[in-house]
Design a protein around this ligand. Structure first.
Ligand SMILES: NC(=O)c1ccc[n+]([C@@H]2O[C@H](COP(=O)([O-])OP(=O)(O)OC[C@H]3O[C@@H](n4cnc5c(N)ncnc54)[C@H](OP(=O)(O)O)[C@@H]3O)[C@@H](O)[C@H]2O)c1
Length: 175
């Protein structure tokens, strides 16, 4: 399974603007890139917080060719949203989540956050690449992409300007 973590952050490393939930701060160029990029994945994993923040869009865009696995300890609360083959809710550690996705025939996973999810997968050594959009903004305060003490080395695959001052950096995670 190839696992690629994808996020948009401010130039000072914030994944949210201050305490505001969601990622409304991202540019239209990043949004175009993000939704286009997702088409190359057959599954995605994210936490219940990210699901709640973006559920209107997710529920509108469910497709049988990309299985979304939402991590939650409260899967009963989300039963009404469960859509077999397209949207499932699981209490699982990263390895269990990946095993379930593989059983469903998936081989290319977009890991979409938030920070607890990114951190668990990084700690298990499961992330192959990191795709970060760097928005030309400084927030000073906001959620970071990872929590805990890491010293993960990266190797730059590519750097591309998506639009005016918006950079897409693709890194491989050195194992
Ligand atoms: N800028 C970006 O690219 C980007 C990307 C992603 C998220 N965000 C934003 O970042 C902010 C932070 O999101 P968040 O902290 O709410 O993070 P989140 O990772 O989306 O949600 C965290 C929740 O997921 C569940 N969870 C995580 N790992 C689990 C596991 N192994 N097993 C079972 N449940 C698990 C737990 O929820 P339960 O309470 O349900 O058990 C946990 O409280 C949000 O505002 C989000 O919109 C931004």
């Amino acid at each position: 399974m190839i696992i690629i973590a994808i996020a948009a952050i401010s130039a000072d490393g914030c994944m949210t603007k201050h305490d505001q939930r969601g990622n409304d701060f991202t540019s239209s160029k990043d949004k175009v890139f993000f939704f286009e990029a997702l088409k190359s994945f057959d599954c995605s994993v994210f936490g219940s917080g990210t699901f709640k923040d973006t559920k209107e869009h997710i529920l509108r865009s469910l497709t049988p060719n990309r299985l979304r696995l939402v991590l939650t300890n409260e899967s009963n609360s989300f039963q009404g949203y469960e859509t077999p083959g397209a949207l499932i809710f699981r209490q699982a550690n990263p390895l269990e989540a990946i095993t379930e996705l593989k059983k469903n025939g998936c081989s290319r996973c977009a890991l979409l956050g938030g920070k607890t999810v990114f951190s668990q997968f990084l700690a298990e050594g499961l992330i192959d690449e990191l795709w970060v959009t760097l928005e030309p903004r400084i927030f000073g305060h906001g959620a970071s992409m990872f929590e805990g003490a890491f010293d993960q080395r990266l190797s730059l695959i590519s750097a591309k300007e998506l639009g005016s001052s918006v950079l897409l950096l693709k890194y491989s995670i050195l194992k």
